[in-house]
Design a protein around this ligand. Structure first.
Ligand SMILES: NC(=O)c1ccc[n+]([C@@H]2O[C@H](COP(=O)([O-])OP(=O)(O)OC[C@H]3O[C@@H](n4cnc5c(N)ncnc54)[C@H](OP(=O)(O)O)[C@@H]3O)[C@@H](O)[C@H]2O)c1
Length: 280
């Protein structure tokens, strides 16, 4: 059983201003959690907080801002959270950029690799000291069933750019990170899992890619809430879920050498020293 009631938990949800994230925010607010909602646009974030507070009746919703295509903004956001909060029980890395987003972000990195993978890699590391103080805690990484093997020779796809491949590569990277981080945190009462929230759910990302949506984003929000809060998953870590069923990811996720290569590449690209997961 989880030690805390939902209404004692502090949850950070990234990409809360639209689609699956926005619906997840409402479901979590209805359960009474202390919510930190992330957005990249202040007006849209304020409007999301206002609507979510009104619909849920919660007065425990606050916001943080960062464009994930700029790692310095992620660093400032993490500092802001560490200054303002004493604990963080759940981190849901939901924000994501799709096929139709621009090729490069503010830092000049391939945008999907940065927003969908490097930013949550960095944010999670920077928040680990707070997450460790708040056990039992969970990290939920919103990946996708669309996965492609990482092209280590050209991870930013400078030579040949394919936005669908770039998206799928970033999502597999997030699963590889999930597996490694779970192993590094084993025994510390912090679980780390990844999920595919559903296929072509009707969200901005899917519509902007010109895809005819297949499903309701509310089902994706249910899956995120399940991974974030379900007591059944108290001891489950390092796994990948297709919606709410544990399954296997692309085979590269289980290649320890590939994961180690990605880990070192990521520490370099984010200027981290990799010590954040060690016992302090
Ligand atoms: N929809 C699906 O069928 C599906 C399938 C598999 C996986 N997923 C994953 O589910 C997650 C949620 O996606 P969604 O379908 O709900 O898409 P969405 O409606 O487009 O929402 C994406 C969220 O991420 C935020 N975001 C995008 N680029 C950002 C950036 N540069 N910096 C900070 N935040 C940024 C958006 O902010 P704004 O509101 O400002 O745009 C929005 O809050 C994503 O990780 C996505 O890859 C979705």
């Amino acid at each position: 059983m989880m030690a805390k009631n939902f209404n004692d938990k502090t949850i950070l949800l990234t990409g809360a201003t639209d689609g699956i994230g926005r619906l997840t925010a409402l479901k979590l607010a209805e359960r009474g959690a202390n919510l930190i909602l992330h957005g990249r646009d202040k007006d849209k974030l304020d409007e999301t907080i206002k609507e979510t507070s009104k619909k849920s009746g919660s007065n425990k919703i606050k916001g943080v801002i960062a464009d994930f295509s700029c790692l310095d903004e992620v660093r400032i956001m993490a500092e802001d959270i560490k200054d303002r909060y004493q604990e963080l029980n759940v981190l849901i890395n939901n924000a994501g950029a799709g096929f139709s987003a621009p090729r490069y972000g503010k830092d000049g990195y391939e945008l999907r690799f940065e927003v969908n993978y490097l930013a949550p890699f960095l944010l999670t590391h920077l928040l680990l000291p707070l997450i460790k103080k708040s056990t039992p805690s969970r990290i939920v990484n919103v990946s996708s069933a669309g996965q492609r093997k990482l092209n280590f020779n050209d991870i930013m796809m400078k030579d040949s750019f394919d936005p669908v491949y770039a998206y799928a590569q970033s999502k597999l990277a997030l699963i590889m990170f999930t597996i490694d981080l779970a192993a590094k945190l084993r025994g510390q009462d912090i679980t780390v899992n990844a999920l595919h929230p559903g296929t072509y759910l009707n969200t901005k990302m899917v519509r902007e890619a010109g895809i005819n949506p297949w499903g309701d984003p509310a089902s994706g929000a249910d899956a995120e809430v399940y991974l974030a809060l379900s007591p059944e998953l108290d001891r489950v870590t390092g796994k990948y879920f297709n919606v709410d069923k544990e399954t296997l990811a692309d085979s590269q996720a289980y290649n320890a050498q590939a994961r180690q290569r990605l880990w070192h590449l990521s520490l370099g690209l984010t200027n981290l020293n990799g010590k954040q997961y060690e016992d302090s």
